[in-house]
Write a protein that binds this ligand. Structure first.
Ligand SMILES: C[S@@+](CC[C@H](N)C(=O)[O-])C[C@H]1O[C@@H](n2cnc3c(N)ncnc32)[C@H](O)[C@@H]1O
Length: 539
């Protein structure tokens, strides 16, 4: 892949209505490097005005060989001119191809500049800074006799926008396959391209902060783009733009498993369109090996996964919630800010009417507390960050019973938001006691318990796992207090109670709030829930 054969696989020929163009002289499979070449001259990097460009081109053309000058002068010029300097500038502006993504520098390439445009191009031009050459790769299979085409457009918009851009910049009306679709198919194609463009704009508008603050929404948009680019058949030119976005969203939120999958999808797409010695292929191959090397890694860990782990799916039917799931049980940094409309958490209305799109719960372990004027705690969150928690309850009797609060217990706050205190210290200001609950277990104990419940309380074909020794069997001996765990023998049960700490867990397992927390459909919001927490299954 990416190799150029010694004989060119194309010929420069007259193409009706387009001047000259490149025609394939053999079948060219997708991914083939059709040509790779150095410019005969460039605009240079810092050309500010037309006059400067004119001077630069005059000097450059003057120093070309006679053959190169002849070739250059035979190129198309769509601009009027009065003298040779203006003519050369016109030829340069008609033909120069970009050397880099910034479009700041353009170059004249004797072969590549002969390639005409098509909106559904079958080849792609790319300035490869590793090779210091411009490459042209086939992005689709090209058959012998077919014209080789690239896209002159910044992005693929609807038919009208494309035609306007081409008329304005290149003075021709495109009649490619996409521009010549029958009206109903053209309408379908336009509405798909309009939607892709609309999604591009929203993703771009969110910028880097949006990758975290609106991660779910952004990934949903990219997912929609991928679906659109796959209809009716995969369009690699579109997909190669979408997957890097998906990678960035996953890595910015700590989801190594998905980030790696997205990086894996980028690599072959880049190989096909820009070649295996391109910086993009090197960059994404490295990210497949270790996605944590990306700059955005660590911005947030709310979707944290290890490389080989599958991200846990939303609470599926019958599946219990996982207290280690960072989306439902976020760390402090991933909570929405009191002042922001974080669309990962809220529907996009105004601040006064923001409505959650799902439920979430902040979990933290109590490190210290006092109730000098108001109840105040210092807590440690799921990421190990320490922060203050202040309670402002105005209704008398709403305060939490002091007996419930102890160092080492875990506090759970529904719909928690970040608050900046007068001292500028970040923390949580809490007002509604119904949104808070203290569990008499450490945070780690609570998280492990949710895992254990998932693993040992469920039965498969009548087979259960003994909570004491871990062996599988069909025993019917169940803890009579919490009814949540099974044992193979009384000996196992006794040992678990005394030695393995089931005594402390049992209290939590019996708690209806705990049971409801595991069974709540956290992703389905149809009104706020509060403590005492009840779901249809637990009430
Ligand atoms: C970079 S040149 C391409 C090579 C050019 N055809 C030649 O003969 O040297 C760009 C110019 O080619 C013509 N051209 C390119 N693509 C075309 C298309 N799809 N339809 C009509 N003219 C096209 C336009 O005049 C455009 O300004």
């Amino acid at each position: 892949m990416g190799a150029t054969t010694s004989l060119p696989m194309y010929a420069v020929e007259d193409v009706p209505g387009k001047g000259k163009g490149l025609i394939a002289t053999e079948d060219i499979p997708k991914g083939t490097r059709i040509t790779s070449e150095k410019p005969i001259f460039t605009s240079g990097e810092h050309v500010g005005t037309m006059e400067q460009l004119e001077i630069r081109i005059h000097q450059q053309v003057g120093s070309l060989s006679k053959d190169q000058q002849r070739e250059f002068c035979s190129m198309e010029n769509i601009y009027p001119y009065n003298n040779s300097t203006e003519r050369w500038r016109g030829i340069f502006r008609t033909n120069a191809l970009p050397m880099g993504p910034e479009l700041a520098t353009g170059g004249i390439f004797l072969k590549a500049c002969r390639i005409n445009h098509a909106c559904d191009n079958n080849a792609q031009n790319f300035w490869n800074e590793n090779l210091d050459q411009l490459t042209i790769h086939a992005v689709r299979d090209i058959v012998k006799g077919e014209e080789i085409t690239i896209s002159y457009l910044r992005s693929r918009r609807n038919r009208r926008a494309r035609q306007e851009e081409l008329r304005e910049n290149f003075k021709f009306t495109c009649s490619c396959r996409l521009c010549s679709l029958p009206p109903d198919q053209s309408r379908d194609s336009d509405s798909k391209l309009d939607r892709v463009h609309e999604l591009d704009c929203v993703i771009e508008e969110g910028g880097v902060p949006g990758l975290v603050s609106s991660a779910r929404r952004m990934l949903g948009y990219v997912d929609e783009q991928v679906r659109l680019w796959n209809e009716p058949a995969p369009d690699e030119v579109g997909l190669v733009r979408a997957y890097p976005d998906a990678f960035q969203i996953a890595i910015a939120n700590g989801d190594l498993a998905r980030a790696r999958i997205f990086a894996q999808r980028v690599v072959p797409l880049y190989m096909n369109s820009i070649g295996d010695e391109s910086p993009g292929v090197a960059q994404y191959s490295k990210l497949v090996r270790d996605p944590t090397t990306h700059d955005y890694y660590g911005m947030s860990m709310k979707w944290k996964t290890t490389l080989d782990e599958k991200r846990r799916k939303e609470t599926a039917q019958g599946q219990l919630a996982d207290l280690r799931d960072r989306e439902t049980f976020p760390c402090f940094d991933d909570l929405p800010d009191e002042q922001d409309l974080d669309t990962d958490y809220f529907e996009c209305r105004d601040m006064a009417n923001r409505r959650p799109v799902r439920h979430w719960c902040f979990l933290a372990e109590i490190q210290d507390f006092n109730s000098f004027i108001r109840l105040q705690m210092t807590v440690k969150d799921v990421d190990g960050a320490t922060l203050p928690l202040f309670f402002h309850t105005n209704r008398r009797g709403d305060e939490l019973p002091q007996s419930q609060i102890q160092k080492g217990y875990t506090v759970a706050i529904l719909y928690a938001v970040r608050h900046a205190f007068m001292s500028c210290e970040p923390g949580i200001r809490h007002e509604n006691p119904q949104m808070m609950k203290i569990f008499h277990l450490s945070l780690d104990g609570l998280q492990s318990l949710s895992e254990k419940v998932q693993n040992v309380s469920t039965e498969l074909d009548g087979v259960r796992t003994c909570h004491g020794c871990g062996q599988k069997g069909t025993s019917r001996k169940r803890c009579g207090r919490c009814s949540s765990v099974w044992y193979c023998t009384r000996v196992c049960q006794k040992a678990d109670w005394i030695e393995e700490g089931h005594k402390a867990e049992c209290k939590v397992l019996k708690d209806p709030d705990w049971r409801a927390m595991l069974r709540l459909k956290w992703d389905e919001f149809d009104g706020h829930v509060h403590f005492p927490l009840r779901t249809r299954e637990t009430s």
